[in-house]
Design a protein around this ligand. Structure first.
Ligand SMILES: C[S@@+](CC[C@H](N)C(=O)[O-])C[C@H]1O[C@@H](n2cnc3c(N)ncnc32)[C@H](O)[C@@H]1O
Length: 240
């Protein structure tokens, strides 16, 4: 499928595939830079989670709130939120960020790797979205801790983690993300126990969990599933 790098269909670009180093970040940025201009049409043809994200945002993104869109890509998940919602999108791909900024000029778009803490100067967020991006998450607990630290009290989060029940491996597993387009980068999968462990270790509380079809991996003829969690960052305890 042309246009969606997750399937390997976007191709390696003029410079050829870049084998990942230890952190994957440079190879990923290069890969997603290549697909930024034509990502959205391809995404629409293979993904299943868009309506679930839209429903979550409808219930959660209240007037005047601050939304953090993690691994925002071209920004299509949060682009059409009401103008009084303040959107901050983060991604490792500069070209994805440029597309996102063009689509929502009022938004703030920053280059940032979710494995790192968010700068405190960005303030706290009322709503956090991390879907379509944790495929590359090498340390779910640390990443969720960073997101939790950026949450305002009572914040709501929607998080999609690749759950590969067919792997038959307890805890966590990984497989090459795309042999064709992104050699050396793994897709990281967590079973539901590992997901819940990371969530609670990060100080977040689950409101709901669903095991849902997420997107079709055409290179592997595989329907990738997410553990899709709605989470809360607890409000500080109040004195009676
Ligand atoms: C497949 S796109 C999905 C975009 C959007 N979230 C969606 O669901 O449509 C994945 C995005 O995650 C970004 N990404 C991957 N690893 C990342 C990381 N460690 N930190 C921040 N962004 C990352 C990629 O650059 C890419 O733009």
């Amino acid at each position: 499928m042309h246009g969606d790098p997750r399937t390997g269909g976007a191709g390696p670009g003029a410079a050829g595939p870049r084998r990942a180093g230890p952190g994957d970040g440079e190879a990923l940025a290069h890969y997603y830079d290549d697909s930024a201009a034509h990502y959205v049409p391809g995404w629409r043809s293979i993904e299943h989670y868009g309506p679930l994200v839209a429903d979550f945002l409808l219930r959660s993104a209240t007037p005047g709130c601050r939304v953090l869109d993690v691994g925002c890509g071209p920004g299509q998940l949060t682009r059409d939120l009401a103008p009084d919602v303040a959107v901050t999108g983060v991604d490792v791909s500069a070209r994805m960020l440029a597309v996102a900024a063009a689509g929502r000029p009022s938004g703030r778009y920053e280059r940032h790797d979710y494995h790192d803490p968010l700068p405190e100067g960005w303030g706290r967020f009322d709503v956090v979205l991390a879907v379509g991006c944790l495929e590359f998450c090498r340390d779910l607990t640390a990443t969720l801790r960073h997101l939790a630290a950026a949450c305002a009290p009572g914040a709501r989060l929607l998080v999609g983690v690749v759950e590969d029940r067919a792997a038959g491996v307890p805890g966590r597993s990984r497989r090459p993300f795309s042999e064709d387009g992104l050699p050396g980068v793994d897709m990281h999968c967590y079973d539901v126990t590992a997901q819940l462990g990371a969530i609670t270790a990060a100080g977040l509380s689950p409101s709901s969990y669903r095991y849902v079809p997420a997107w079709r991996h055409e290179e592997y003829s595989l329907l990738v599933h997410y553990g899709l969690w709605e989470l809360r960052r607890a409000s500080p305890a109040t004195n009676p």
